[in-house]
Design a protein around this ligand. Sequence first.
Ligand code: ATP
Length: 355
Amino acid sequence: MVNNTNYLSVSDLSKHFGDFTALNNISLDIKQGEFICFLGPSGCGKTTLLRAIAGLELPSEGRIIQAQRDITLLPPEQRDFGIVFQSYALFPNLTVADNIAFGLTNQGIKKAQAMEKVREWLELVDLPNSEHKFPAQLSGGQQQRVALARALALSPGLLLLDEPLSALDAKVRAHLRHEICQLQKKLGITTIMVTHDQEEALTMADRIVVMNHGVVEQVGSPREIYQHPASEFVADFVGTMNFLEAKNEQSNLLSIDDYRFSSPTDISTAHVKVAVRPEQMRIHSDPIAGIQAQIKMFEFLGSFVRVECQLAVNNQLVQVDVTSDQLDELGLKIGDYCTLSWRSEDSLVFEGQAA
Ligand code: ATP
């Protein structure tokens, strides 16, 4: 259960590698029990931030406070976290039980007591009766469960997950995603997961930290990030988005070719980008007010069909999502002409993107 106490605070954190700035003045508060995802493209700095929190990388500037303790410069072994890596990183020559018990026995806990804990953790990660196996005898998903049990065995205050699901195939990944979430909620452990997979972040996180080029672009719940992206980068990176270049005719009346429509927000520049999600785009077979387009392709995606349309005005491709029933009603085929429109309140406008 998330409560309102700040558990981890990162303040004005920067990390330079020579002339290169990997993290640029990052500030972030994480609440007790929250599941946070650091999301962003390759090289945006998410792993460096996680490593700074773990003490595997020392920041150049700034502070990290965990449970009221300044941990900024502490070595990893003096911090209170468990970590799981993409590569499992189990000891191949130790059994599952010994892998999980490793930290416990190192802390002086008696073997019998450690084995009792090992059995409890194996139950919790749904791998009972596996204690005598070796890592090589387990599937990737099972090895990652052992790595999770090992990270949690010492009951740390913070769980760090560095792309823990990336090496697994899609089905195992989806299953483990769900199990990690359930376990995290059950234990109430504050968790930070690094991922470049937006679907993973949207389905797992209480809040997502979207990063780009070493800065935080936006922090918000999955819904806030998806429905109210704070920047063009976030709008583009999370989910699918159509960006249409438009002119500001007068007092927030925009135009694309002959189509006039209103901006959902006040704008001051002459040219803008209008962003509309495929599911908010409307497609009509009748020539009503809208943008003229031609249907190029249908992509059947199970619960909906993605229609790819090419705008007559500039040949830009635009994605529109409809249900199969809607498509049947419209009676549109590849090569047909159609009209696209959207409700002003379903669009976003980004300024300063001059055409
Ligand atoms: P990925 O998803 O590819 O792991 P990331 O967002 O986790 O990307 P980081 O690993 O945090 O990115 O790296 C951020 C930037 O810092 C990258 O440009 C990387 O090359 C650089 N970097 C990371 N570690 C070092 C290092 N030890 N020395 C020099 N540059 C580094």
